[in-house]
Design a protein around this ligand. Structure first.
Ligand SMILES: NC(=O)c1ccc[n+]([C@@H]2O[C@H](COP(=O)([O-])OP(=O)(O)OC[C@H]3O[C@@H](n4cnc5c(N)ncnc54)[C@H](OP(=O)(O)O)[C@@H]3O)[C@@H](O)[C@H]2O)c1
Length: 339
């Protein structure tokens, strides 16, 4: 029997504590061997909880011979340096999304990983949920006719002022944090041949980063994709594919819990239909896929080309976007309605 992939974790991030560490503990394909935090006592407590070792710091974790691969759930701006350090230490890497904050760094790291014969994967977990393969099959089989357009939204309610997403020096901002989900969904379902034709970003009042945005993409065959994202919104997590004869809607598209039973809705002129699918655990599937990629014997592992394309499109959005800076509500009101 193959030995489980021995994992180390850099930082006790919220996403690590809430979703990844429990999934690692339950997944037979991986074994959590060590974790590190800037707070050594927090690392020791978590290590005791998960029956693994606490490394005194991130660098010490990377030096451990009992760690084959590292999960990097740090703020986005720190991903590049620690991913590079992990690759230099000979570790495979599962980096949180986005892999880095720009396409040049992402390209360089993907190339470094390939040269060193290491896997560098990005933790976009919804891709590993079976509901999207069903969607792809339905579209391919003509369930909605010829594909015309795609729309998607990922938005979450307001966060504390000091959240990493509000801090530009840590790579914050709605585009990289939540915008990647509808963007990656467009790439996954429409293909890599998409270009940015318009974008708008809004900095919420008093924020130093964009907290909302919209993007319009177009494929070489004229299919359009309209993406919406935000950090101070009602929770929304859906996409819709619209074809010549019908539309297909997926709710709970991006972060469904493992016990969620998906319902795909297909609406046509002749009526609507609901497809009930079994629950699927995208977190465990992601870990299993990462372990399998590491185990596949290849001299130069080929990275997922969509990781780089996504980074290029994020750059293109930043470059093209019309940026609006919202004023504090009272000042805005006063400006619109002078006394
Ligand atoms: N794939 C997903 O579903 C998903 C979901 C949510 C978030 N994410 C991604 O995961 C990453 C972390 O997000 P999060 O919400 O979990 O963030 P978070 O709770 O703020 O965690 C970030 C961690 O990074 C470490 N860190 C090191 N230097 C830091 C610094 N200067 N400032 C702040 N933290 C620092 C800290 O760990 P220690 O103090 O323990 O060292 C901290 O707990 C982001 O890239 C985000 O986009 C992914």
């Amino acid at each position: 029997m193959t030995r489980p992939l021995r994992l180390g974790v850099l930082g006790l991030a919220s996403i690590a504590r809430r979703r990844m560490l429990p999934a690692m503990a339950a997944c037979p394909d991986v074994q959590l061997t060590a974790l590190a935090s800037r707070d050594v006592s927090a690392a020791e407590r978590a290590a005791a909880q998960y029956g693994c070792q606490a490394a005194p710091d991130y660098t010490a974790l990377l030096a451990r011979p009992d760690v084959d691969a590292v999960y990097v759930p740090l703020p986005a701006a720190l991903h590049a340096a620690w991913t590079r350090a992990a690759l230099d230490a000979g570790k495979h890497v599962l980096a949180e999304k986005p892999t880095t904050t720009n396409a040049a760094e992402t390209r360089a790291l993907l190339s470094l990983a390939r040269t060193r014969g290491l896997v560098l994967a990005e933790n976009v977990m919804f891709l590993h949920h079976a509901q999207h393969a069903t969607v792809q099959r339905l579209v391919r089989d003509g369930a909605i006719g010829e594909l015309r357009s795609f729309a998607a939204q990922f938005s979450i309610p307001g966060l504390p002022d000091d959240d990493i997403r509000h801090r530009p020096e840590l790579g914050g901002g709605a585009l990289a944090d939540v915008g990647v989900y509808p963007l990656r969904a467009a790439l996954h379902l429409l293909g890599a041949d998409l270009d940015v034709v318009g974008a708008a970003l809004t900095h919420g009042a008093g924020r130093q980063v964009e907290t909302a945005g919209g993007v319009l993409l177009q494929s070489a065959t004229g299919v359009t994709a309209h993406l919406t994202f935000g950090l101070d919104h009602a929770y929304r997590s859906w996409y819709e594919l619209c074809g010549s004869t019908g539309r297909l809607v997926v709710d709970h598209a991006f972060t469904p819990p493992a016990d969620h039973a998906p319902v795909l809705r297909i609406e046509r002129g002749t009526g609507s239909e609901e497809l009930h699918l079994p629950p699927d655990d995208q977190v465990t599937n992601t870990l299993t896929a990462f372990a399998a990629a590491v185990r596949t014997p290849r001299q130069h592992p080929e990275p997922d080309p969509m990781v780089l394309r996504q980074a290029e499109l994020l750059d293109a959005v930043r470059h093209r976007a019309v940026v609006h800076h919202a004023r504090p509500a009272t000042a805005h009101h006063a400006a619109r309605h002078p006394a």
